[in-house]
Design a protein around this ligand. Sequence first.
Ligand SMILES: [Zn+2]
Length: 187
Amino acid sequence: MKNIIKHIILITKHKWLVFIFCCKIGIPFRGFMHDWSKYSPTEFLESIKYYKGDRSPIVECKKIEGYSKAWLHHKGRNKHHPEYWVDETAPDSTPVMPYKYVAEMICDKLAACKIYNGKNFTNSSELEYWKKKRKESRINKKVSNMLTEVFTQVSRQGINATLTKKNIKELYKKHCGPEYLLGNGKK
Ligand SMILES: [Zn+2]
C-alpha cells in the first residue's frame, strides 16, 4: 500500500518536472503527453512490486525476472525512448529520432536524474550518468553526440540556460542535420 502511494507521487512528480522542462523548450504538448502509459496496469503493478524510489523499478525487475513486461509495454508506446525506434530489419536499425521526441527525451533524462538523485543532484549528475550509459545504449550516434553536448552544457551553465528552444534546436541541427527538422525527421 505504501509503495502504491510512493510510486504515484514519484511518477506524478516526474511527469510534472518533464512538463516544466518541455515548456521551456517550446513543446508543452509533448510534456503533457509524457509517460501516461505508466498508469496502465501492466506498468503500474510491476513498478509498485519493484518500487525503489532512488532508481527505476524496471531495472530491479529485470535483475530478478530477467525481463520487464512494463518496459516492453512502455518502450513500445513512448516515442521519446530510442528503443521505440530500433528495428533490426530497417536499413538503419537505430535511425535519427524526430526532433520533438529527442527534445522530450532530454527533458525526461534530466527530470529523472533530478528526482532519483534528490539532494545529491548537481548539474554534472546527468553528464556523469550519460557517459556510462551511452556505450550500451541503442541510440543513433548523431543523437548520442547531441545528448553528450546538451548534458555537458548543463554541467557548465545549468538547466535553465541550456533548455531553451533556440539552443536545443540548434544542437539538433548541428548534430543530426537540418533535414531532420523538416517533415518530422523524414529526410
Ligand atoms: Zn518514458
